[in-house]
Ligand binder design. Structure first.
Ligand code: NAD
Ligand code: TYD
Length: 350
């Protein structure tokens, strides 16, 4: 009998990399990918493994309690890796309730279903909640987020993720639910929906459209290549300690404007355009409300306890990412048709 593992949000950006890793690496697991296929979920991300015998896709919503309970009864999931979420800060500013519903209520529905199934029989079970460094709020010019930094979320997105983290921890304390949480910095790489900074700017450079830099562009993020995140998730799922939190980061801080300039140079080079062409597209636009100045992760705990570190340098990861978008023009065309255009016009008022 294969062990049933549930991965939620597996048709999204990070989830699809996690699903691929688990399906290929663990023939002894049966991986069920549960995803409601919002605008961010895309089964094209998983074409290479969709026929694997140890993989099943289920379309469904994590907030649908009856459906989720039935699914847990059907598969008796021994492990859950929970990535499904509304994940974009700008969308959380226009529609905060959708974030509360999926990120808080959806997480609670999953926790309840897991508790119902395994209370008094927790041995060998694991609920792994994937979260973000944004729960810690913002840093000044110095300092790093550690696992003990107090939560101080500033956007509806980060507030909803912070709340879900608290519920996971509370189920651990109250019911003994065996959980682990990771809080990761900004991911980039293949299959990311072009509403986040790097894929949006790659898409706009290809199409020679303006590059909308919020505020003065001096905001700082720590960037991690998505495959390195998936590797960390695999490690924490199998070797992380119960009731622990691990921060995951790239040891790779960039001010937005500096990152954008490197991206422009690499794109000009790869597209055979004269140096400086893409930089001319940089346009400073109105700032994001409540914009966090700086995120930076101290990932020494996962490094020291589990031996994880990023495998790819930023220049290398960025180059691979650009190459992926340039050779997957059909993927990009599909996700930027239809409602994407409406979103873009509303967000950037063009
Ligand atoms: P994404 O938006 O690309 O994917 C989210 C997936 O969840 C999509 O496939 C979507 O269809 C699915 N989904 C949304 N609502 C659902 C619902 N109600 N029921 C079932 N499925 C639903 O997001 P991502 O960037 O891959 O992020 C995945 C997780 O990692 C999220 O929990 C996010 O908070 C966290 N995270 C992301 C980053 C990042 O930089 N992208 C960094 C740290 C943590
Ligand atoms: P984003 O990719 O949305 O991730 P997050 O908000 O979770 O960090 O944004 C990364 C940074 O880039 C953030 O400081 C906001 C900025 N940004 C822009 O300047 N312009 C844009 O069009 C977008 C989407 C982001």
């Amino acid at each position: 009998m294969k062990k049933n593992i549930l991965i939620t949000g597996g048709a999204g950006f990070i989830g699809s990399h996690v699903v691929r890793l688990f399906v290929n690496k663990y023939p002894e697991y049966h991986v069920v990918n549960l995803d409601s296929l919002t605008y961010a979920g895309n089964l094209e991300n998983l074409k290479d493994i969709e026929k694997a015998t140890n993989y099943t896709f289920v379309k469904g919503d994590i907030t649908d309690e009856a459906f989720i309970n039935q699914l847990f009864e059907q598969y008796h999931f021994e492990g859950v890796i929970h990535l499904a979420a509304e994940s974009h800060v700008d969308r959380s500013i226009t529609d905060p309730l959708a974030f509360a519903k999926t990120n808080i209520l959806g997480t609670m529905v999953l926790l309840n279903a897991f508790k119902k199934l395994w209370t008094n029989n927790w041995t060998g079970k694991r609920f792994y909640h994937i979260s973000t460094d944004e729960v810690y709020g913002t840093l000044g010019e110095t300092g790093l987020f550690t696992e003990t930094t107090p939560y101080d979320p500033n956007s509806p997105y980060s507030a909803s993720k912070a709340s879900s983290d608290h519920f996971v921890r509370a189920y651990g304390e109250t019911y003994g639910l065996p959980y682990v949480i990771t809080n990761c910095s900004n991911n980039y790489g293949p299959n990311q929906f072009p509403e986040k900074l790097i894929p949006l700017f790659i898409h706009n450079i290809i199409n020679q459209k303006a590059l909308p830099v919020y505020g003065d562009g001096k905001y700082t993020r720590d960037w991690l290549y998505v495959v390195d995140h998936a590797v960390a998730i695999n490690l924490v799922y199998h070797q992380g300690k119960n009731h622990e939190t691990y921060n995951i980061g790239g040891f790779n801080e960039w001010q937005n404007i500096d990152l954008i300039k490197v991206l422009c140079q690499q794109m000009d080079n790869k597209l055979g355009r004269p140096e400086g062409t893409s930089e001319q597209l940089i346009t400073y636009v109105k700032d994001r409300p409540g914009h966090d100045l700086r995120y930076a992760i101290d990932a020494s705990k996962i490094n020291q306890e589990l031996g994880w570190k990023p495998s790819v340098s930023f220049e290398e990861g960025l180059s691979k990412t650009i190459d992926w978008y340039l050779s997957n023009t059909e993927w990009l065309a599909h996700v930027t048709s239809g409602t994407y255009q409406e979103y873009y016009q509303k967000q950037y008022k063009q």
